[in-house]
Design a protein around this ligand. Structure first.
Ligand SMILES: Nc1ncnc2c1ncn2[C@@H]1O[C@H](COP(=O)(O)OP(=O)(O)OP(=O)(O)O)[C@@H](O)[C@H]1O
Ligand SMILES: [Mg+2]
Length: 344
């Protein structure tokens, strides 16, 4: 009994950090080591007689993407970092919070620290709060994700000398130049891993006449993408399966690093333009801080080989890839929770 009460007390007191990404949702529970949940931000619903019921959420729902089982619809309720469907986001969050609370009896009412894109409007922020509250949160604190990722990447955000963080995620690239814990300049661009996937799908369809699904495109990107000509060899290839656009028959074909560079070059250009635009907006003193300190890139796309070199060659700034680049936001939120608890 005492154990049960202690557990309930722990859960009720548990602060949670959530990084609600366009591709992945990550959750950290206060007092626990690392990340307790990392699942795709995807929900699969069955629609029968106009009624919707949940089929799968997260990892299980991702398995259904591109397979189109009849009567089942796949939802990506977070797009470009923003909630596009309140009800489905709530279903997803309830499911994730329930999973991490690891309890069948107790309905968790955690205090939630949530990252939001710096570009989100007041209305969008209110929706984040409402959806979280409806999903069971007792209190919701919003933290701009460029600050969270800078903290998580270990940048000196408290210093008067500016640091620069570029978080290239699935739906958005968020850029922050931060000094004294506040943004000097912040920008969000709707470009990231998903655009790379789409560029690969389109290229293969138009040039090879083969249709591929989003999962295959993501695999091609992860295995072959590089923005560097010198790395993009035709001899580096993988075999994948698709569907002949004309006949609908299944086909096996090979795709190489050069194809992938040709497909994706425009997307890298868009990322570089965003970074260049942000640097142009900076006061000269801040730019000189950055020449001294360089910039850090994070987010899933920062794992692409050579992206740091490309950005370095365009900007003249030293670029480093953060450690565990996909975890920077959630790691930063974990530190915010620690600070909040010190104040309590
Ligand atoms: N090794 C890799 N090479 C290339 N791309 C990768 C790699 N690993 C992950 N990605 C891509 O990174 C993206 C996911 O990154 P991340 O988890 O940072 O996004 P997110 O936080 O869900 O999205 P956002 O911040 O845009 O809302 C996906 O597009 C994924 O395919
Ligand atoms: Mg993200």
């Amino acid at each position: 009994m005492l154990k049960k009460i202690m557990k309930m007390w722990q859960i009720l007191n548990n602060d949670i950090a959530i990084d609600l990404g366009s591709a992945n949702t990550l959750i950290h529970l206060k007092g626990k080591e690392g990340i307790q949940l990392r699942e795709p931000s995807i929900v699969a619903l069955k629609i029968e007689d106009g009624k919707k019921s949940v089929v799968a959420v997260g990892e299980d729902a991702k398995k259904l993407v591109g397979r189109n089982p009849s009567g089942i619809e796949i939802y990506h309720p977070i797009q470009n970092g923003i909630i596009v469907d309140d009800a489905i986001t709530e279903i997803m969050l309830r499911n994730f919070i329930y999973k991490v609370s690891n309890s069948e009896v107790i309905r968790p009412n955690p205090r939630v620290v949530l990252s939001v894109p710096a570009s989100s409007t007041q209305v969008e922020r209110r929706i984040f709060k409402e959806v979280l509250t409806d999903a069971g949160a007792r209190d919701v604190l919003l933290v701009e994700s460029n600050l969270a990722s800078a903290i998580g990447a270990g940048l000196e955000v408290e210093s008067e000398k500016a640091s620069m963080i570029v978080n290239i995620g699935s739906g958005i690239t968020e850029i922050g130049v931060i000094a004294l814990k506040s943004p000097v300049v912040k920008n969000t661009f709707k470009v990231g891993g998903e655009k790379l996937d789409r560029a690969i799908i389109d290229y293969i369809k138009f040039n090879l006449g083969i249709k591929i699904g989003p999962e295959t495109a993501e695999r091609i990107k992860k295995e072959l993408a590089t923005p560097l000509e010198s790395e993009a060899n035709e001899s580096d290839f993988i075999e994948v399966r698709g569907q002949a656009a004309q006949t609908g028959l299944p086909v096996k074909f090979s795709v190489n690093k050069r194809d992938v560079l040709l497909a994706t070059a425009k997307v890298y250009e868009e990322i570089i333009m965003g970074i260049a635009q942000t640097i142009e907006e900076l006061p000269p003193e801040v730019t000189s801080d950055l020449y001294e300190k360089g910039m850090t890139i994070c987010g899933g796309v920062s794992k692409i080989k050579g992206l740091d070199v490309l950005i370095e060659s365009f900007t003249g700034l030293k670029v480093s890839v953060a450690k565990d680049p996909e975890l920077c936001v959630i790691n930063g939120l974990e530190k915010v929770i620690e600070l909040l608890n010190k104040k309590d």
